[in-house]
Design a binder for this molecule. Sequence first.
Ligand code: PLP
Length: 395
Amino acid sequence: MYVYADNAATTAMSKTAIRAMEPYYDTLYGNPSSLHSVGQRAAEALEAARAKVASCLGAKPEEIYFTSGGSEADNQAIRSAALVGARKGKRHIISTAFEHHAVLHTLKKLEREGFEVTLLGVGSQGLVKVEDVAAAIREDTALVTIMYANNEVGTIQPIAEIGALCREKGIPFHTDAVQAVGHLAIDVERDQIDMLSLSAHKFHGPKGVGALYCRKGLPLLPFIEGGAQERNRRAGTENLAGIAGLAAALEEANVNLERNAAHITALRDKLIDGLSQIPHARLNGDREHRLPGNVSFCFEGIEGESLLLLLDAKGVAASSGSACTSGSLDPSHVLLALGLPHEVAHGSLRLSLSEYNTMEEMDHILKVVPEVVSYLRDISPVWEDLEKGVKTHVI
Ligand SMILES: *Cc1c(COP(=O)(O)O)cnc(C)c1O
């Protein structure tokens, strides 16, 4: 058995999404900007996809801009709001310490350009407090950008309350909803969201395509110059196959949202209950305000990368908070933001589930993870010190 449990990194495409894309590689190859009928059929398909995406978010079609993914949507939303704010002398931005790098690195760059950024703490449970957002707001705040749900520890933020606060203060509110869209019921009106980023490959759509919702009336600056596509906000011939795949995947996810969430939550809870039995293990992030598919643990005395490699060999694809992919041995900024000590954050494991996973697969994970953890502890000098009392247990 091989279990794919890394759906927060990316998902397998749904058959519906694949089928929706096929015509655009074959018969519907027109350029939506062309005036002839081949182009016009493509333009109609583009607008149909836009309307579908808008309706899944409670938005209007003219508020949806297609991008190359979640990172581009985050970059554009944040840079645009910052530059628009700066025209009015507002150069302060509020965000959180555990955002995705697409947000944090954009903010770092803006800091170098003279903006001031307040990164709010998220506490030991990985939740932003609305009072903290309120306290950080200043006269010159140009933007509040806070993720809907965290990609590593799965915690869902009080988005509607933050939206209401920002609306009351007249400050644009952006949310990176890449982990939430397709998994939680999203309504930009209910939550008073001004800008929202999403990405197709996180809900069984294709990679390399996403969207930015930007409320009508809020200025949105382009960062790719060229043609007049996307109402002059994003130049370049549209990735029509990708856009059609995104819209089909999102519609499918929304239609099945409740059923999928019930199934995935049951899988998640089985894993959380089972893995909690491992001694010196800790669930990362609040258990209640949590994405249906997220399971994140730290195991004391082990090292995330070894855990992942052994799990892979035993038929489980998972991920770790340690940034081994980036070539750095620093533990993830997300786990550090939750206040975990470095050595504990190193032993992290994220299992992220989708509706394609089964209970039998959870049984396999629950058999394999304790075996691998105990094997790694047996050969770990750190664990030996903990057991001899040379070091004290933190978990
Ligand atoms: C995956 C992810 C992104 C980046 O999306 P891409 O489409 O891969 O660029 C941004 N934010 C969050 C929270 C994510 O999980």
